[in-house]
Design a protein around this ligand. Structure first.
Ligand SMILES: [Zn+2]
Length: 116
């Protein structure tokens, strides 16, 4: 298995909706790494995904509604950094990933240019 495949596996096994799923009928239909064909905001940080960027794409049924989400390359990298720690139940869940939450809004609020 190549390093790329290995990190893809880590990214795809990360559950961005941990705790939110659980309604009966909630289901993930597809969960894969794709090359973005159009621009649009990342589901997590809100920063713009560029055409050609390698992103995680997931479609699911959530609260009875069909949803589709994309995560930008940087959020995917943060997902890959997350290592589940079974020994410590209190360990911070995906700190790198959480740090990127609504990053676009934070950057806007601070008046900083959008940099990647
Ligand atoms: Zn993102």
């Amino acid at each position: 298995m190549s390093n790329l495949e290995k990190s893809d596996e880590l990214i795809l096994s990360f559950d961005p909706f941990e705790g939110d799923f659980g309604e009966q009928g909630d289901k993930v239909f597809s969960n894969k790494m794709v090359v973005a064909r159009k621009e649009g905001p990342c589901a997590h940080c809100g920063l713009e995904i560029q055409k050609g960027e390698r992103v995680r794409s997931q479609s699911s049924k959530f609260d009875g509604q069909l949803m589709s989400h994309r995560w930008c390359a940087l959020c995917c990298t943060a997902m890959a950094l997350y290592v589940p720690d079974d020994d410590d139940e209190d360990s911070e869940v995906g700190a790198e990933y959480e740090a990127r939450s609504r990053l676009a809004e934070k950057q806007k609020a601070e008046g900083q240019p959008c940099q990647s």
